[in-house]
Design a protein around this ligand. Structure first.
Ligand code: NDP
Length: 450
């Protein structure tokens, strides 16, 4: 027989699906949060009476706009851009921009929704947002990317501002794109404003912002292992992706004595049986960040590295899996294979990289599972620190920012324990969801009916 929580959850999700048809990523993200918070929510009638769940699952606003630009061959191209400003209860909207052909409203709504609770967990004053465009930077020249970014900012500028909404990077948006976007904003307003984070150190960026998501993910993982009397030292880690998050997760994992045995991109994965070394990591960094090449090139140029085309790294035996590429990149089959091969912890660098059934499987098997909204919050946390430095017109040292990042990740870990402790174990998914949700819900109550 169903218990009352299940019935409530089903009814809530039925209504949400009706109101947001076909937005499957958004449904998945909401269901995970509501499932976690419902037992606690139902014990506090004041939240229910104020309809906090209904309000927090409805974006404040979504803007979508046309982006028209010209290729080097003078062809006119039309893309679609969005900004989802989901909730600014805790501070100005904050969340990255993604450039990828698979971007659509459902993806951006799920990312913006997750961002509300992630930002809440950092303890910094930031609301949740996300944006981007269905633009594919692969194969485009620097000039084409520049023209696209300028055209996008011609629309986006209306909705952002240092006290309103502060975008940052995400998939397909790195240092190059941030510079083009920022410069366009500056020339339109004739003023320097901290309206974007992830800026280069030369013009107002923060130390450690580039590394923050990957480093933070590894710091969180170390906290999680320390809590059970273990550590990362000597552990084998399968990492997916070879972008910003994956590269700096790999770098910090090496520094902490772990063995990184895989990396990937959308064409396949590489196996490094002896573990990635520093020279190889540098090679991948230049390959991906400067040459914008494919991960297969790493195997082609290094004898001890093997490439598996169109495959994901989850069939490889490892102690820890760190998915750092994209959403739903690890399904139930992958989860079963990882479990069979002895994985004991999952630490998410990407946003919602597990399908719902894979997450459920790991929960049943009591495998440590750090959800992205906790473990990848280091990036937005250092973005928050970048905003503080911009407002104060100062720059903190690398050591100072790294120390603050470590402190924030330890604090998020503590919140997961506080809200996720269950029969002598920690349910990190529930802990992160309840901890993140509570701060937002309490503040919404305090604001009254708005
Ligand atoms: P990048 O664009 O730097 O790298 C993305 C990596 O993932 C690339 O290796 C890319 O391969 C791979 N990838 C992308 N889409 C797919 C796909 N459909 N299938 C297989 N591989 C894919 O992005 P980031 O490293 O910045 O972001 C990675 C994840 O981390 C995303 O989920 C993002 O939302 C999340 N995140 C990022 C933060 C940040 O600060 N950058 C902060 C918090 C979360 P290819 O090059 O072939 O496309």
């Amino acid at each position: 027989m169903k218990n009352s929580h299940q019935t409530e959850l089903e009814q809530f999700m039925l209504q949400l699906r009706r109101q947001n048809p076909d937005e499957i990523h958004f449904h998945q993200a909401v269901e995970e949060v509501v499932e976690s918070v419902l037992p606690w929510y139902l014990q506090h009638d004041e939240y229910r009476r104020a309809r906090i769940l209904e309000r927090v699952t409805e974006p404040d606003r979504i803007v979508s706009f046309r982006i028209t630009w010209e290729t080097d061959a003078r062809e006119v191209v039309v893309n679609r851009g969005w900004r989802v400003q989901f909730n600014h209860t805790l501070g100005p909207y904050k969340g990255g921009l993604r450039f990828h052909p698979a971007v659509n409203q459902s993806v951006l709504k799920f990312l913006a929704f997750e961002q509300i609770f992630k930002n809440s967990l950092t303890g910094l004053p930031m609301g949740g947002a996300k944006g981007g465009a269905d633009f594919d930077p692969k194969g485009k020249s620097d000039r084409e990317v520049m023209r696209f970014c300028q055209a996008l900012m011609l629309e986006l500028h209306r909705y952002i501002g240092e006290d309103v909404d502060i975008p940052a990077g995400d998939i397909g948006v790195g240092a190059r794109e941030i510079s083009y976007l920022f410069a366009q904003y500056m020339r339109m307003y004739n003023r320097w404003a901290g309206v974007i984070t992830g800026k280069s150190l030369a013009y107002g960026g923060s130390a450690v912002r580039t590394q923050a998501t990957g480093y933070g993910c590894v710091y969180f993982c170390e906290n999680m292992l320390n809590h059970i009397g273990d550590s990362l030292s000597g552990k084998s880690i399968a990492i997916s992706g070879s972008g910003n998050v994956a590269i700096y997760a790999a770098e910090k994992a090496l520094q902490m004595g772990a063995k990184v045995i895989t990396l990937s991109d959308s064409s396949g994965f590489v196996l490094i049986p002896d573990g990635l070394n520093e020279e190889q990591l540098k090679y991948v960094q230049v390959l991906k960040e400067e040459r914008r090449g494919r991960i297969s090139d790493f195997a082609n140029t290094h004898k001890a590295v093997e490439f598996f085309e169109s495959a994901r790294p989850w069939s490889v035996p490892c102690d820890i899996a760190m998915p750092c590429a994209t959403e739903n990149e690890l399904d139930l089959n992958d989860a079963q294979s990882l479990h069979k091969n002895g994985v004991f912890a999952i630490c998410e660098g990407a946003n919602m990289p597990l399908t719902a059934d894979a997450a459920r499987f790991f929960a049943e098997k009591e495998i440590l599972h750090a959800p992205g909204k906790a473990s990848n919050a280091g990036g937005v946390a250092v973005s928050g620190l970048e905003q503080s430095q911009n407002s104060l017109r100062i720059s903190w040292s690398r050591e100072e920012v790294d120390k603050r990042l470590q402190g924030i990740m330890a604090d998020i870990h503590q919140q997961c324990i506080q809200y996720g402790a269950q029969q002598g174990q920690v349910n990190y998914v529930a802990g992160a969801n309840i901890g993140g949700f509570k701060r937002v819900a309490d503040t919404m109550l305090a604001y009254g009916i708005v």
